[in-house]
Ligand binder design. Sequence first.
Ligand code: IVH
Length: 687
Amino acid sequence: MSNSTAEEKIRQLTKELQEHNYRYYILAEPTISDYEFDMKLKELEALEKEYPQYALPDSPTQKVGGETLNDFKTIKHNRPMLSLGNTYNEGELKEFDNRVQKLLGSTDYLYICELKIDGVAISLNYKDGKLVQAVTRGDGVQGDDVTENVKTIRSLATVLKGDFPHDLEVRGEIFMHRKAFEKLNEEKAKLGEPLYANPRNTTAGSLKLLDNQEVAKRPLDTYLYHVLCEERDLHSHYESLQKIKEWGLKTSEYTEQCKTIDEVLKFIAKWETKRKELSFDIDGIVIKVNNFEQQNELGFTAKVPRWAIAYKYKAETALTQLLSVDFQIGRTGAVTPVANLAPVFLSGTTVKRATLHNANEIQRLDLHYGDWVYIEKGGEIIPKITKVELAKRHEDAKPVMMLSACPGCGTPLIRKEGEANHYCPNELGCPPQIRGRVEHFISRKAMDILGLGEETVDMLVSKGLIHTVADLYKLTYNQVVSLERMADKSAQNLIKGIEDSKKIHFARVLFALGIRYVGETVAKKLALSFKSIDALASANFEELSNVDEIGEVIAQSILDYFAQKEHRDLVEELKSFGLQMAVAKDEQAVLQSNVLQNLSIVISGVFQKYSRDELKDLIETNGGKNASSVSSKTSYLLAGEGIGPAKLEKAKQLNIPIISEDDFLNLIKSADKPNDVKPPQGPQSLF
Ligand code: IVH
């Protein structure tokens, strides 16, 4: 590799891994598997070793994790929360053992093997036996103070039992059992909300909720595995695990002592299969030298202990047979092929379906009916087919072909140039599209019509009671109550829900219409700029694309929508039923103007009147930008209670105005006269 290629590759990998770290640690939305991440990290490590002159100071190989979110108070760990070196193969594990043996100069040591729980690391501080602080790992050096949330975890003692040290730190993992996670998702599905991806992300998200009553509803659990204290009579890791139990805290019951690396390998092999029987996810095995004196002798590298290593399991795959392919029609008419599989157990659940995305994916896999396929669960709930086992293909197997006609209404499908998806163009008459549109219209973030589930929508559409969303407003109590399994009270609630939706603000009505590419944020921008549906419907391409963040694709989609008489009629009909088709006064207050244009605002802490998400929304709908960290480009630090000390310090250093929630609200209230607004000067009243 030439020097310049190496330099470029290092730069590119560093950037890519930083992005993945951010997605994993901060957004809790990883887009690649742990395995892929680790392989890339190893590649970068190797390159940096060979070309140290090009290693970047902020390389992900230099740090143990992500960054800290600004929601909670930031706390520096007493001792850094290190990560573990990890490996995916036996050879490297044996090398680890050889190193341990060489450094200790003996074979007289024991390993403790533990399950590597796929959860969120936590540090718990107990003073005189009382839990005083719980801090997330964050970037390993400092994390978030999530004490109030952690206190709600039922399996975690906030007061210790027995004989405990005055000053004690216990570290471990917070996680969610698979069943509990699935139940949460079932509830989400009922509410028509997007599902959580996996138990670990849900755990991370739960710990970051600002309302700990909400956290209490999340069934979180703990396993603790590390004790830090000045305790003289603790000599080994195993003893410390016993102590954890004596103090009334939870530690895993599956821990074992192993005398040799071969015993370790057996433990690993045993759990590779048995892990499916566990009620929670693990992603590997952690191997630790037991004796504390030996641990001290081995010490640490810059990043990880030399006395421990993690053996990581590869993402589980399963081999199963493709039975058939369904073609689902979404509300926009897009066709998604879905594979029906012979049921197979994978990562704790029985899998019967996998998404095939579009015709290109079918082509990429060269999929045939009856094929044996490998499936894998990535970060997503719906598994994907990774490849076909060609050796098992039947010679008469017929290739899976994209449909030529819509399975919902028989209309020939079309595919626009440059698009991966096929579409059914029969927008107004295709039942699955009608169902999809009604479901979108009534969903929580749109018209929020309570009491109307998927099943009822299905019945209403198939009985021909609704053809368009406007038909909802013509439904009578008698029609509803005569539906199968519809109780009197439910029918009343449904009619009331429909009636109440007439008060929903214009921006949400606009979003509810389901115009292609008009999501929640775009709908707000459009409502703010055009103020009414009539103004929007008569806007031309130029006027539309002049709106901030409205590109040509969205502008064209809006033009296409209103070009259809059926859509204009629908809007008129909805208007006649009393839906909000213009920005109301009280809505204006939250949609406001571009008073915050060119301003970058960092939010930190907890607020009285609005949640952080609402404040973020307010910033954006008023034309500002919400940034996550304080820099010289920050215009204001919007400070709430329990603001992160590091952010505060930095803002003071850089002389950035620190404003309270009220200051902020005053600032956006002046939106009526944008030219008069002067940003407050210097640090404000709060501090
Ligand atoms: S020991 C210095 N033990 O894995 C000791 N970690 O890849 C560090 N983890 O950040 C941790 N189960 O969040 C340890 N039994 C276990 C674990 C475990 C899960 C997580 C932990 C850590 C990560 C390291």
